[in-house]
Design a binder for this molecule. Structure first.
Ligand SMILES: Nc1ncnc2c1ncn2[C@@H]1O[C@H](COP(=O)(O)OP(=O)(O)OP(=O)(O)O)[C@@H](O)[C@H]1O
Ligand SMILES: [Mg+2]
Length: 619
């Protein structure tokens, strides 16, 4: 979540903060990869292309049918009966052609929607799989909102292109060339006139389109800013309330909202006048061709134009009708194509953002050795470990410590000292920069990650519960555990008492990260998860910080049994809970400054003594 902007921050800055404007940078690469995705439905794609050819062809041919029909009506020396018969025949053929065209269009759009949805499903699948393989570092450095928007906005954009734009553009191009060719076949002078008018039409259309585009992309940007702001304020609503920032927030929102209104009005206005303007232009074209065409047809009738003189300009009434129809069809695709280029650009920008995640280095990218741990005793050694999250900022400096199988090692120290960081290294969420960490003598970097994490149970400092029942949530610790085992784990962690009092007991549904539970209750469920696991190494990071002291004592008794045969690392601010640890490490600024048992450290009267007595006095 981005930080809330300082008061008085300009609107432009605010927009940038919430919405990153994207333009495709490597179009070729994105197109290649999208084609690879869509290629899995090759058969369907070719079917759709075939249908587009048919529908564009029938559209042109249907119009062309007007010519014999109309000319037949004016033919001399034909009986009335014959004439009616021919008229109906002509109309029937025309209807048939259009029917084929409509069917082809129907099949084409159905097929393409299927192709599009299949492709999107594949992309979403791949993206999600990829996320599961990314390192903790990736999630620590990228905002959840941004990752989410790649699943929603960006993939939607790609879908829009596949659904309609691509084929519309293709069919537009076909119609454009087809009608141009047929116009030349029908009458060369008229075709030349239309061709001369085309750049004018394209210019007018292009000018409006580019203005519209500018406002539409501004609209997206502003919309993104409004959405980002709403999201941030909703998630931070309690903070807003507690600091009485409602008025300030209202003001900021209304500023953004007003801006959205004006941009949106302009975008819609320009989008709205596009059609009428193009119609007017095409009307000019229509009038000119109709006028010149009528003159040509008139002289053709008189015989002034015909087989012997100016035969290239000869035009019958049917030809004139057909021609003006084509010249009307001709203008339409020009501005359609202009609009679609826009959609394609934003889809490609979205595709690029999606592919960027897919190209991230997965967690296991540099794994060389894949030793699987068997029958782990739990002998953990850290030797001269140095580590920093960023290359130039060292967090842990030359840390050495060990835990013999079954020992309980406590890490204490002030906030930000590096306690959680050590646990991040043990689980290999991050790799160390120098030094060595071993489990039963095997270097951590040689151990298969899955095997490593199978052997470590962890209660994280910030707990997380998934949507599901209480039972399912505890079972997350070991999927094959029986109901009985789940309940025993709950008893051990003192969670059983409160679960029993919930409306549906172990079947109570938890939603929204367990928002219907207290902080302490959530912690108890997390401890139950760890208790269920049979991992020989246990890490408890502030596992009981939100639990009252009495419950904590309760848990500790249960935990003693739990920890009996496990190597345990405990991090606790409440030092009374770690008095019985085999060794206590006092961390300060990423260094171990004191180590020993509770009694030893107290008698040293150093930092631990300070921390312990200080806290005791406060108690
Ligand atoms: N993902 C991260 N990226 C960069 N720096 C981090 C990250 N996580 C922690 N740090 C930094 O590392 C240092 C040690 O953090 P750590 O979480 O290990 O502290 P801690 O001892 O667990 O503190 P607390 O008692 O508050 O939990 C802090 O200065 C913190 O700013
Ligand atoms: Mg911590």
């Amino acid at each position: 979540m981005p930080p809330m902007g300082p008061p008085g921050m300009g609107r432009g800055d605010r927009n940038k903060r919430y919405a990153e404007k994207v333009k495709p940078k490597d179009i070729k690469n994105s197109v290649k990869r999208l084609l690879a995705y869509i290629g899995e439905d090759k058969g369907k794609v070719f079917l759709a292309i075939g249908c587009v050819l048919i529908s564009a062809g029938t559209n042109l041919a249907g119009t062309y049918m007007l010519r014999p029909i109309i000319n037949g009506l004016g033919e001399a020396g034909v009986s009335a009966e014959e004439r009616v018969r021919e008229l109906f025949l002509g109309l029937a053929v025309m209807a048939l052609i259009y029917l084929v065209g409509v069917t082809a269009t129907f099949i084409q759009s159905r097929t393409m929607i299927k192709v599009s949805q299949n492709t999107l499903r594949r992309i979403r699948d791949d993206l999600f799989m990829k996320l599961q393989r990314l390192s903790v570092r990736y999630f620590d450095t990228n905002s959840a909102g941004d990752i989410m928007s790649r699943f929603t906005n960006d993939i939607d954009n790609i879908g829009q292109m596949f659904d309609s734009t691509l084929l519309q553009m293709f069919s537009g191009l076909l119609t454009l060339t087809g009608s141009l060719v047929l116009m030349f076949i029908t009458n060369i002078p008229l075709a030349v006139i239309t061709l001369l008018l085309t750049p004018v039409i394209a210019k007018v259309g292009g000018t409006i389109a580019s203005r519209t585009r500018k406002y539409f992309s501004k609209q997206q940007e502003t919309l993104g800013a409004v959405n980002g702001y709403i999201e941030e304020i909703i998630t931070g609503q309690k903070v807003v309330k507690v600091f009485n920032h409602e008025e300030k927030v209202k003001g900021e929102f209304s500023g953004l909202n007003t801006q959205l209104r004006s941009v949106q009005s302009m975008a819609n206005f320009l989008g709205g006048i596009m059609g009428p303007c193009m119609n007017a232009m095409s009307q000019v074209n229509y009038t000119v061709t109709a006028f010149v065409g009528s003159v040509l047809a008139f002289f053709t009738r008189l015989g002034k134009i015909g087989a012997d003189s100016f035969s290239f300009a000869a035009l019958d009434i049917g030809g004139l009708t057909v021609f003006v129809n084509y010249s009307k069809q001709f203008a339409r695709p020009i501005n359609e194509i202009a609009n679609q280029v826009n959609v394609i650009m934003s889809s490609l920008a979205g595709a690029e953002r999606v592919f960027k995640v897919m190209d991230e280095k997965p967690e296991t990218a540099d794994d060389t050795s894949r030793v699987r741990l068997e029958n782990v005793k739990g002998d953990v050694v850290l030797k001269n470990v140095t580590f920093g999250y960023e290359p130039d900022k060292v967090i842990l400096k030359n840390i050495s410590m060990y835990a013999h199988p079954g020992q309980k090692i406590a890490l204490v120290g002030s906030t930000g000292a590096g306690k959680t960081t050590i646990t991040n290294l043990l689980t290999r969420f991050y790799d160390i920069d120098s030094g060595e960490i071993t489990i039963d003598g095997t270097d951590l970097r040689d151990i298969d990650r899955e095997s490593l994490r199978e052997n470590i149970a962890m209660v994280l400092q910030d707990t997380h519960l998934f949507t599901g029942t209480v039972m399912e949530n505890i079972r997350y610790g070991r999927l094959d555990a029986t109901d009985e085992e789940v309940k025993n784990a709950a008893v051990t962690s003192s969670a059983h008492m409160f679960i029993k009092n919930m409306p549906d007991g172990y079947d109570t549904m938890l939603t929204g990260d367990g928002s219907n539970l207290s902080q302490g209750q959530r912690q108890l469920l997390n401890i139950a998860r760890a208790a269920l696991s049979r991992a020989p190494i246990l890490i408890l990071d502030e596992a009981t910080s939100s639990v009252d002291t009495r419950t904590e004592q309760h848990i500790n008794r249960g935990m003693d049994a739990l920890m009996k045969n496990r190597t345990t690392f405990v991090i606790a601010h409440r030092l009374s809970t770690i008095r019985n640890a085999d060794a206590i490490m006092v961390l300060e600024n990423g260094e171990i400054i004191e180590r020993g048992t509770h009694e030893e450290l107290l008698s040293q009267r150093g930092r631990y003594y300070e921390l312990y007595t200080g806290i005791k006095e406060l108690d």
